[in-house]
Write a new protein. Structure first.
Length: 174
């Protein structure tokens, strides 16, 4: 009886996890570029896949109130932590500003830090020649002696900035 209950529970959890992954594919651009982690085979922990991280990103963005989420890229990074930088298109209003592109960082599961997801969140919108960034003020604030403003730490994860800024052109919504 206990074994039967255990097997039923495992099967239920496996099917639900599979359903979450299948559902996430609906929110990936047809030409999405999802790069899996490249850990050596002898590594003691198997990292989650880019698709699994994208599914988690989708859930987190939905919980934030985002609509029309379309995941376009997932690039794996190994430092300063193991994780994925997931880029995509969405609609989200934060503090009265509307944003259309995002980068969200999801750990790859090789460290016991899942409660830290997302480890980064950046949003951007360009309308009428004006660029809005979240977190404000954006990555272009000049720093120097006597300046109270500085670039928020999140922008350390703005690797491949030009590609990020061109998401809407490179991955047009269908």
């Amino acid at each position: 009886m206990k074994l039967s209950l255990l097997l039923t529970s495992v099967l239920f959890l496996t099917l639900n996890a599979g359903a979450a992954l299948r559902d996430s594919i609906e929110f990936c651009h047809p030409e999405a570029q999802l790069q899996d982690a490249l850990y050596p085979a002898e590594f003691s922990m198997e990292p989650r896949s880019a698709l699994e991280a994208s599914a988690e990103a989708y859930v987190l963005l939905s919980d934030m109130g985002a609509d029309d989420i379309l995941i376009c890229r997932a690039a794996w990074i190994a430092a300063p932590l193991g994780g994925y930088l997931i880029d995509g298109l969405f609609t989200l209003s934060i503090e009265g500003n509307d944003y259309s592109t995002f980068r969200i960082g999801i750990r790859d599961g090789t460290e016991d830090c899942s409660e830290d997801d997302p480890f980064v969140f950046i949003a951007r919108n360009e309308a009428d020649g004006e660029v809005l960034w979240f977190p404000e003020p954006g990555p272009d604030i000049p720093c120097g002696p006597g300046r109270e403003d500085s670039v928020p730490l999140e922008y350390e994860y703005l690797i491949g900035r030009e590609d990020f800024e061109n998401l809407a052109v490179d991955f047009p919504a269908e």
